[in-house]
Design a protein around this ligand. Structure first.
Ligand code: ZN
Length: 414
């Protein structure tokens, strides 16, 4: 994997926009096998891709259904045309989704999406199906938090990293600790001392390895420690880890192995803890909001679309909390008859009222996703934006009680 050219880090807003685009793309259904998905890795010259597509184009003349044949050929042509803008793909490559989507009885409409993905496309792919192929993009969107991993017993230890879902072993060390067996009396005590000394040396060494591997990683969210029996707990309790690392230990977990497979066991056994951590941040934010709201003077909180917009415009918002589940648009609408203008938030464009002055239908001048609209406002005054997932309890509370929009304020707004 080309680690060096990893994508520039996406902000949560970039991610949100990308997710929304994916949602749109995944809704598209073709009447036949006629939706074309093309993944272009960053190092693939565009002319090679174009040549490949020309091959597919002539192949598709064999398609039996006349309408499917026409649609597939049009889709491929359209992609070839779009690729003309490039000589080489952008740093992360390109992903194209083009085809005719079914829009009710016998009707179709051509759609085309060309995206620069958040991470490098790994391999070239061409697919023609009744749906667009988006799986690889979901993988890219998955959270990529970094955790330190350490599995240890008296005989062996392995240090590794967990990045997103990827586990990478960094170092495996065998100890020189002699095994305990046989022997009684004097020699047993002497052996015991030697044994303890050897364990101590081994733990010290592993502690140093952990420092080397983890201490300078500021993005490290926590450290998971595993191994069979009590050794791992002794290791943590007796202070073999650097004190800064000790603070990051999320827990110890039983594993049967202390090699690379032990790292995998460790991650599997710590799944619940990792998931809870993610939700914890959101929980804390929403709880903080609730505390403010409960204060007698209303506290440093605002909620609901209008109140929060006003606070944002005044620059009074410290943290904007906005639900990922919000599916609304901000529309600028105009009456073409009398010129009356309004701005409205709607879930569905087809439910617009008639002009209050003359009863004419409105036309839409601009349409912005409401999450986008609010984040843009927030950016202007450097307010933090926190997207709260829709499926947690706190996310649900934010959605149901406050319409998905709330804010923690810098100062009270009268
Ligand atoms: Zn009018």
């Amino acid at each position: 994997m080309p680690e060096a050219q990893a994508a520039t880090k996406m902000t949560s807003m970039d991610k949100y926009r990308f997710k929304r685009a994916l949602e749109e793309i995944e809704k598209v259904e073709g009447r036949g096998t006629e939706l074309v998905s093309v993944y272009v890795p960053p190092d693939r010259p565009i002319f090679e891709v174009t040549n490949y597509l020309r091959g597919e184009y002539s192949q598709s003349s064999n398609i039996k259904s006349a309408s499917t044949k026409k649609h597939v050929m049009q889709a491929i042509e359209s992609i070839i045309n779009r690729l003309k803008e490039y000589r080489m793909p952008p740093p992360n490559g390109l992903v194209c989704f083009v085809g005719h989507k079914s829009v009710g009885a016998d009707q179709t409409k051509m759609v085309a999406y060309v995206l620069e993905p958040p991470e490098p496309v790994q391999s070239f792919l061409y697919r023609c199906d009744s749906r667009f192929y988006t799986e690889p993009l979901h993988e890219m969107l998955a959270e990529k938090d970094v955790y330190g991993l350490l599995v240890i017993d008296q005989g062996e230890a392995t240090v590794g990293l967990l990045e997103g879902k990827r586990i990478s072993p960094l170092k495996n060390v065998q100890s020189l600790v002699p095994r305990k067996h046989r022997m009684g009396g004097q020699s047993a005590r002497r052996f015991e001392r030697l044994h303890e000394q050897a364990v101590h040396e081994f733990f010290k060494k592993i502690g140093e390895l952990a420092t080397e591997a983890f201490l300078n990683r500021r993005e490290l969210k926590g450290i998971l420690i595993g191994g069979p029996g009590f050794t791992k707990d002794t290791f943590v309790k007796e202070g073999y880890l650097h004190h800064e690392l000790e603070k990051k230990v999320l827990g110890t977990f039983d594993t049967g192995y202390t090699d690379e497979s032990g790292l995998r066991e460790l991650v599997a056994n710590a799944t619940d803890v990792l998931r809870d951590l993610d939700l914890m941040r959101e929980k804390t934010l929403v709880q903080r909001l609730m505390e403010e709201i409960r204060k007698e003077d209303g506290g440093l909180a605002a909620y609901g679309e209008d109140q929060v917009r006003r606070a944002l415009e005044l620059g009074a918002v410290d943290t904007l909390l906005i639900s990922e589940g919000l599916r609304k648009f901000r529309l600028e609408i105009r009456c073409p008859n009398c010129g009356h203008k309004e701005t409205r938030t709607v879930a569905d464009e087809s439910t617009l009222p008639k002009c209050p002055n003359c009863g004419h239908e409105f036309v839409v001048d601009s349409k912005t996703d409401i999450v986008d609209a609010f984040s843009t406002l927030a950016d202007r005054t450097n307010a933090k934006v926190e997207l709260i997932s829709a499926d947690s309890d706190e996310g649900e509370l934010l959605m149901k009680a406050f319409g998905g929009i709330a804010a923690i304020l810098r100062y009270r707004v009268a």
